[in-house]
Write a protein that binds this ligand. Sequence first.
Ligand code: SF4
Length: 78
Amino acid sequence: MMDQCCGRCANVMASETAGTGLRCGWPYYKLSPKARKMQRLDVFEPVEATACCGYYREPGPQGLLFATSADVLMGSRA
Ligand code: SF4
């Protein structure tokens, strides 16, 4: 299993409407907090939990909580 993958990235968003259950939130998180405007989740690209890209960002304490649940999507935990 890759450590720097979408399922563990701080930019990922959980989404029930994505076939993979995840969407890449980089276009949102790359903006400063003041400039961010939340959009419909379906404007963000669905991503596989095991995919990766150059914008991967280590999760903070909150992200680690999500990463733990995303492990199920990656099949690394029963
Ligand atoms: S595509 Fe890149 S930035 Fe987006 S969630 Fe995956 S690793 Fe993170």
